[in-house]
Structure formats: C-alpha cells, structure tokens
Write a protein of this length. Structure first.
Length: 366
C-alpha cells in the first residue's frame, strides 16, 4: 500500500514483488545473506541492502562490480548498551546483527573508498516487542547520534535513517498497549530538534512497524479433537499446535512461557470457566499453546482461537514437524472471506517429492 517492505531473504524478496511492491521500495537486512541472494536482489534493482559486516560489504561490492552496477547500502549498527529495551534484545551485546558501534569507522573507511557502493545511511535496531514509548524514543535518539557521526564523514547528508522496528502489541496478562499518542508527541519533538540540522536536510526517516500493524489482525483457529483428564489436569487436545504457531507455545524466545489471549470461540458467552491446558497433536511436551488457562467447558468439535496471531505465527513455525498438514490462511475483509493459502501444502510437497523418487526408481527410468 505504498509503505515499502523490509525483507530478510530472497524468498521474501520474491513475495514482496508478487505483492506489488517495487524493488526500489524494498530494503534487505539480515546477518546471513548468501551470494546468490545478493546477486538476485542487486540484479533486480533493490532499494537498499543493509550491511551486517565488513565481509558482507566486500561481497556486495564484488557482485556489484561483476554486474556493472552501483549498489545502495546502509550500515546496520549494533549500538552501545545505553539504547536497549524490549522483550528481545538484538543489540548492545555480542550479536550476529549489525556492526559494533566501536568498529563503525573501520567499516566506513572501506565503504567510502569503494566505488561500487553508494553509502545511503544507517539502520539501528536494538530490540523488539517494546511497549514503553520512552524506550523507543531513547533508541531513536541514539540512532540520531550515530547518524550524525556518520553524516559528518559524508559528502552531503544521509539519505536514510532506519530506526528499525520494535513497536510492540500486548500479548499477555498485565501488558499495556504502546501509548502511541505520547510516542508521537515525543517523536515530533525529536524531529523538531534536528529540523534545521544540515546533516539531515535530505534524510528520509524509516520505521518498520510490521508487528504493530498486523499482529492483532490475526486469529489462529484449531478444532478440539479430544478432551481428557490426566491426574486431575484437564486437557483440550487440538488439531493444531506449535508446528503452526511456535510463538504462542512460548518456544520462539520466551524465557517464561505465558499464554497468548485464548478463547473457545463458539462459546464466547459461557461464564462457567475452568483451568485447562490447550495442547496440540505433536509427540512432544513442548506442544502447549495454553497453560492452566481459564476456558469454558468444551467438547470435541469446538473451536479454540488464539488471538494476536497476525505476526510471527505461520511463517515463524516448523510446518514440517511430523508432516502434519499446514494450516489454511483466510483473509476476512469487510465481511468477505478469501482463501489465501489452502490447507496441506506441505503434505502436497511431500507427496510430489515421493512421486518424483518413485518415478526415478521405476523400471522404465532404469
């Protein structure tokens, strides 16, 4: 819708193009870019590549020279510890993400001397799932400080300053929503401070609010297949689980596992609640999406809904675990339902693979 997209793989680059995003509106970050991925995005005119190491900068330069183009890059900076916060820290400590702030000048020396690279700006992303607007503003101020240092070495102002993502949504009991009003007021004040700074005269300021935009739009639905009691504990056993929604199981980085908002969606008006565990079909004790969660009395065939599932759900889950079918995806827009992905694509892939192997070993093939 004109916002542009940030990607972290060539596969996401292709999805972005398929969705109608132009290459010029796409930025590519991530610590493990392969030569093949870099060549694909450079050949297709990607807007920016965010450099995560000196070695990566050299590889981008070599590929650009071979293709006869000049690549636009920004440097992702791993800042000092004073700009940290959020549910998952991604900077301020030894990390695969970005270039340590204390090593920045060394990397800039190489980039400025390399004609195949056009230095456009910096990317500062230190944490994610932040619900405190003051932490975000502290990080943004740190980004401006680092950007000012880089811009002072450049011939002209920075083209981009990417503050990264980090805007959180409330998942768990006790979470408060991000105060967007105060965040906006603080951000406007921060922009006013640099409005007349010549180093930022032509700078485009970028944020990556993906989770904030789409996280609460998603609902993951499972059907209860069995209800059982084991040594006094009640279980709702479902046809979905951590293989579809790893984040809701707590196995995507949670130290203390807490429940996403969960409901029996066809019994929303029932008030007689009891503590139950909501589990999936996988042969592992990790496959738990609700732990002692208060839910109405349900039966096989009822539906469990996991809210706040629009981000880091299907795409961040081990869909191939035990070869269960992948979930369907349905878009509901203005009351109209559209099937985006049909159920069982992974199983279809396995079937096609088996057919190919059988054909290769058939008497006719031999």
């Amino acid at each position: 819708m004109g916002c542009g997209l940030e990607i972290a793989s060539a596969g996401e680059f292709r999805q972005a193009l398929h969705a109608g995003c132009t290459p010029e509106e796409i930025i590519f970050a991530g610590p493990g870019k392969t030569d093949e991925e870099l060549e694909e995005v450079i050949a297709n005119g990607i807007g920016e590549i965010h450099v995560e190491s000196t070695h990566e900068a050299r590889r981008i330069a070599q590929i650009s020279q071979r293709l006869g183009v000049r690549s636009s890059i920004s440097v992702r900076v791993n800042p000092g510890g004073e700009a940290q916060g959020g549910a998952m820290r991604m900077g301020g400590k030894p990390a695969p993400f970005g270039i340590d702030e204390e090593q920045l000048d060394e990397v800039l020396d190489y980039i400025f001397a390399e004609p195949a690279l056009e230095m456009r700006g910096i990317h500062l992303f230190t944490g994610t799932q932040i619900l405190d607007y003051q932490i975000l503003l502290t990080q943004y101020r740190k980004g401006i400080d680092v950007a000012r240092r880089v811009a002072a070495r450049m011939d002209g102002s920075l083209r981009t300053l990417d503050f990264g993502g980090g805007l959180g949504i409330p998942y768990f009991a006790g979470d408060s929503e991000l105060d967007l009003q105060r965040f906006g007021e603080g951000l406007r004040s921060l922009m006013d401070e640099i409005r007349n700074d010549r180093l930022f005269a032509a700078t485009e300021f970028v944020i990556e609010p993906g989770r904030y935009l789409v996280g609460d739009s998603g609902l993951y639905l499972m059907r209860i297949t069995d209800v059982k009691i084991s040594r006094g504990k009640k279980f709702y056993i479902c046809d979905g689980g951590m293989h579809h929604h790893l984040a809701a199981s707590g196995n995507l980085g949670q130290t203390i596992k807490r429940n996403f908002p969960i409901a029996v969606v066809n019994r929303l008006n029932d008030s007689d609640l009891e503590p139950v565990d909501v589990v999936g079909p996988l042969c592992t004790p990790l496959d738990v999406l609700g732990r002692s969660v208060a839910l109405p009395k349900a039966e096989p065939g009822d539906f469990i809904g996991v809210f706040q599932s629009g981000a880091y759900a299907r795409s961040a889950s081990p869909l191939g675990f035990l070869s269960h079918p992948s979930p369907a995806e349905v878009l509901v827009n203005d009351g109209i339902m559209t099937l985006i992905r049909r159920r069982g694509e992974y199983a279809d892939y396995e079937r096609d693979l088996c057919n190919s192997v059988q054909e290769a070993h058939s008497p006719a093939a031999r």
